[in-house]
Each structure stands twice: as structure tokens, then as C-alpha cells.
Design a protein around this ligand. Structure first.
Ligand code: F6P
Length: 536
């Protein structure tokens, strides 16, 4: 990515404030925001002006973005290090045409699995699938990473639509997670879904075996009360899950992109197949927009370009995702995997080292909670952290409309405060109004200065419906894709997670005390020794 022009523009505009951009362009809010469907993405509270935007957009053509986009949607094997297509978009291609991988249309299988999911989900919801003790009251999804974060996030997000059995998620291999979850449940009326693309992930398989033993010991029937979601059908069979309860998907669905297919089964059981359909249709609507809109009015592209501006040009190493939507409480964690596992790479597609930074650290919490925790640093810390606010115009609680107005006011106030800041003179005046004078006034005033000129964007949507959620998730997926194309990396592998897994496997018998820690580094050996000493 050639950033020469952008670096030059950034230098030239060193003294240009965001507020100043609004003074010189009274239509800035309209000119630097775009909409698709009912979503509005406002990036006017950034330093991006028309020249910068043009230079950013040129990057898309230089990187061959249009061809890469076509290649992805057409099923080309753009995940080159794993030799795979990247076709999570096929999972929501409800009204689309054929999608071919190796000359074969994958859509009949996709739609067939979706149909089976619908039937199964409605049977569970309606009481036709029963456990040893009667209809199913609870569903436990056992999975981790992409086999957990997507459904967890969506289940929280769609709580107002949840009219099926209670849902629980177990991901951590820490026994506390499964113990605390199962303790509250009846093993004869619980369905366990084991979600794992590979069906080898140690955390998931350990939890699945523990759940199976719990169910069998408690009078439940694992042969009837287990289902599986996986690409490894031989392994689900070996685990003993009946084929009618197994929902497969192909290797061209990456784990962190998998919530649209069988991995979304618990969400479908919770909210019903119609609401899940609306979620898929929201994702599909974003796909259509992403493929059709010109770069300058293409929401995922603009979102990506704002990201590139902040990370690669201005060098801000993290970005905060701040949903003013309590039901999106797991969205920052979901985006962490989506963005950091996809674009946290140091080598380009051809294996050469990246010449600039990779994707940023992504983190966040819902507002207003974050305001009373970490916003201090965002406003007055020494690092600039671009913020991505999200908020619904309307909540689901008509009786609590005053809450929602406060939520909106807080969201808008934060982006305004970040941009506006408070200068020293104003802070001095505040202290003078409080009766302070001289050195004490000066000292106190300096603590009350806000540098301002801190960038943020806001995504606003009418209400967090299943359709809107689908749009938002697909928007961010495509944003990650665009950023990856501009960086020239493979956003669809995750080799960086492997070394830790290998070492954990080799450390298993050491921690069990079966073999010694000789050969390990001093720190690791000492930690093992401590753990062994303090056992029992
Ligand atoms: O370890 C990382 C990872 O492979 C993720 O990419 C994936 O979402 C997660 O583990 C779970 O993998 P699986 O669905 O195969 O259990």
C-alpha cells in the first residue's frame, strides 16, 4: 500500500482541527456520512477531508479491490495459505443465484442444511424433540472462538425476540464455566449442541465429554439430547451424535464468519426461524450494497478507509468499539476475533514482511458503562484512540423511552466532547467561577483541559432488529475484508493461534506431573513447580 500521498496530506493538515472542518464546510455532516437501507454511518468527526478521502479511495483501485471482491463472492480460493474459498456470503444468499466451488454449485447444500436447521429448531421450540424428562427447557451450546462468540453476541442482541428455550454458552476449558452452567440445569430436559468446525478443539471436546457424562449420570439421554454443528462429520459420528442431529458446513466458512450457518443454530432455536431469516436477509442486503455501491458511497469500504487512515496513516494502534446498546455487550468481543484474528498478521500474502502496521487492537464496552471506567483515558490520555460509536434511534422498551433518550444524549455527547475538547482559557474561567485564584487556579485548570480533536465515527440504526443486526455484522465482515485487501494480507487464516495450542498439548503431561519440566525455560518450569506444589 503506497501511503506517500496520504502521509503528505496528514502532515500538511497537522494544524487542521475537526471542528475547523465543520466551520469551513457547513454541509460536512452530509458530505462525510453515508447510508444504506436504514443505517447511517457518520465519519464527519474525523480529520478526513475531500482530498484525504480521494487519496484513500485511490488505494482501493491500486489494491485491485473490485477484482478481489468478485473473487470472494465467486468462490475463488482467496484463502491461499489454506487453499480455500471464502464463502460465508453463500450462507445468506437466500435469493441469489448459484455459487460455485470447484465447478459445483454449493447453494443446494446450503439451502438444504438451512431447511434442516429450521425444522429442527422449530421442533425443539415446539416440544417435538424431547429429552428423557419431557420437552426441552434449556439448550447449552458448547464451542469456542467463532463457534461461540457469534451466537453469544447474537443471542444477547436479539433478546427481545427470544421466545424459545433458555440458552447457555460454555466455551472456556476452565471447569468453572461448565460446572456453573450445568449446576442450574435438568439433565433430562437439556439439549447440548457441540459446535466445532474441526471437532478437535481441545476445550470444546473436553467440555462436550463432561456434558455427556453429566447428562448420562443424571438420567438424560445423550443419544437424543445431543446435536452437533461441524465440518467434520466423521468425528461427530465417532462421538456418537445421531446424523439427524448433525448440521454440517463446508471448509469455506471460516470460524469467525460462521454465525450465518449451522453455528447460528442456537440463535435460531432462541428466536425462531423467521427472525433468523431476517438476520440472514440483513446480511444479504449488506452484501448487495457492498457489491454494487461506488467506493465513495460504499459503507464497508468507507468504514475500512477510516480504519486505514487512523491505523496505517496516523499510527493509532487501537480502536474502541462503543455500542450504546446494552444488548450489544458481546459485540466488542465478537469484533475482536473478527478483526484481530483476520488482520493481525505480519506477512503479506506472498510471505514478504508487511512494511507498515497490521490491523489495530480492537476493544470496547457498551456505553454508558464505559464512560464511568475507561473514557478518562480516551478523553485525556496521551494516546489518541479513534472511537466507533453505535446506537439505535429507538429502543425496544416503549415504557422506558426516557432511558433511551438519555442513552442517545450520552452517545452524541461523547463524540462531541472528543471533538470539541476544552481549552485552557475555558478551564481557567471555570476555576475562576469557583472562586480560585493565582497558582491554585492555574494548577486546577490544567487538570480540566481536554485536548479535543479526537476522532470518532457513529453508526446509527433505527432499532436493533434481526435484520439490522445482520446488516451490522456483514458490514464489519466486509470492512475487515477491505482492510485486508489494502494491507495485502490473507484475512482468512489464523496460523498465529497454533503455537500456543501445540505447547499446551506438550505441557499437558508436565502439568499432570507425569513428566518433568526439564528442558522448559526457567520461568515455565517454576510456574509448573508452583502449580504442582499447591495441588491438593
Ligand atoms: O484457535 C482459533 C480457532 O481456530 C478459531 O479460528 C475458531 O473460531 C476456534 O478456534 C474454534 O474452532 P472450532 O470451531 O474448530 O472448534
Amino acid at each position: 500500500m503506497n501511503l506517500e500521498t496520504l502521509n503528505k496530506l496528514a502532515l500538511e493538515r497537522n494544524d487542521q482541527t475537526i471542528l475547523g472542518l465543520f466551520d469551513t464546510d457547513t454541509d460536512r455532516a452530509q458530505g462525510f456520512s453515508i447510508s444504506t437501507g436504514d443505517l447511517l454511518f457518520d465519519y464527519s468527526k474525523t480529520q478526513i477531508d475531500a482530498d484525504i478521502r480521494n487519496a484513500l479511495i485511490r488505494l482501493c483501485d491500486e489494491a485491485g479491490l473490485a477484482d478481489r471482491r468478485t473473487a470472494m463472492f465467486d468462490g475463488a480460493k482467496i484463502n491461499e495459505t489454506e487453499g480455500r474459498s471464502v464463502l460465508h456470503t453463500a450462507l445468506r444468499n437466500l435469493d441469489g443465484g448459484p455459487v460455485e466451488v470447484d465447478g459445483l454449485d454449493v447453494m443446494p447444500d446450503v439451502l438444504d442444511t438451512l431447511h434442516r436447521m429450521r425444522v429442527f429448531a422449530e421442533e425443539v421450540r415446539g416440544g417435538a424433540v424431547i429429552g428423557a424428562g419431557g420437552s426441552l427447557t434449556d439448550v447449552v451450546n458448547i464451542g469456542i472462538g467463532g463457534s461461540d462468540l457469534g451466537p453469544v453476541m447474537a443471542t444477547h442482541a436479539l433478546a427481545p425476540y427470544h421466545d424459545g428455550p433458555r440458552l447457555h454458552y460454555v466455551s472456556n476449558v476452565d471447569g468453572a464455566h461448565i460446572a456453573d452452567t450445568l449446576r442450574q440445569l435438568d439433565p433430562t430436559r437439556t439439549l447440548v449442541i457441540v459446535a466445532s468446525k474441526t471437532f478437535t478443539t481441545i476445550e470444546t471436546m473436553t467440555n462436550a465429554r463432561t456434558a455427556r457424562a453429566w447428562m448420562a449420570d443424571g438420567g438424560g439421554d445423550p443419544a437424543k439430547q445431543f446435536a452437533a454443528v461441524s465440518s467434520a462429520l466423521d468425528k461427530t459420528q465417532a462421538f456418537g451424535i445421531p446424523s439427524e442431529h448433525v448440521f454440517g458446513f463446508a471448509d469455506w466458512v471460516g470460524g469467525r464468519y460462521s454465525v450465518w450457518g449451522p453455528v447460528g443454530l442456537p440463535v435460531m432455536i432462541a428466536v425462531g426461524s423467521n427472525a433468523f431469516d431476517a438476520f440472514l436477509r440483513g446480511g444479504q442486503a449488506m452484501d448487495v450494497h457492498f457489491q454494487a455501491a461506488a467506493w465513495f458511497e460504499n459503507m464497508p469500504v468507507l468504514l475500512a478507509l477510516v480504519g486505514i487512515w487512523h491505523r496505517q496513516v496516523l499510527g493509532h494502534s487501537s480502536r474502541a468499539v462503543l455500542p450504546y446498546d446494552q444488548r450489544l455487550l458481546r459485540l466488542p468481543a465478537y469484533f475482536q476475533q473478527l478483526e484481530m484474528e483476520s488482520n493481525g498478521k505480519s506477512v503479506a500474502m506472498d510471505g514478504s514482511p508487511l512494511t507498515g502496521p497490521s490491523g489495530p487492537v480492537v476493544w470496547g464496552e457498551p456505553g454508558t458503562n464505559g464512560q464511568h471506567a475507561f473514557y478518562q483515558l480516551i478523553h485525556q490520555g496521551t494516546d489518541v484512540i479513534p472511537c466507533e460509536f453505535m446506537v439505535a434511534a429507538e429502543g425496544h422498551e416503549p415504557e422506558l423511552v426516557h432511558h433511551h433518550r438519555l442513552l442517545l444524549a450520552n452517545c452524541f455527547a461523547q463524540s462531541e466532547a472528543l471533538m470539541r475538547g476544552r481549552g485552557l482559557d475555558e478551564a481557567r474561567q471555570l476555576m475562576a467561577d469557583k472562586g480560585l485564584q493565582g497558582e491554585e487556579l492555574e494548577r486546577q485548570a490544567r487538570h480540566r483541559v481536554f485536548p479535543g480533536n479526537r476522532p470518532s465515527s457513529t453508526l446509527i440504526y433505527p432499532m436493533l432488529t434481526p435484520f439490522v443486526l445482520g446488516q451490522i455484522i456483514a458490514l464489519y465482515e466486509h470492512r475487515v475484508f477491505v482492510e485486508g485487501v489494502l494491507l495485502g494480507i490473507n484475512s482468512f487464516d489464523q496460523w498465529g493461534v497454533e503455537l500456543g495450542k501445540e505447547l499446551a498439548t506438550s505441557l499437558g503431561p508436565v502439568v499432570d506431573g507425569e513428566i518433568s519440566a526439564d528442558g522448559k525455560d526457567g520461568s515455565t518450569a517454576a510456574l509448573v513447580a508452583y502449580a504442582l506444589r499447591h495441588r491438593d
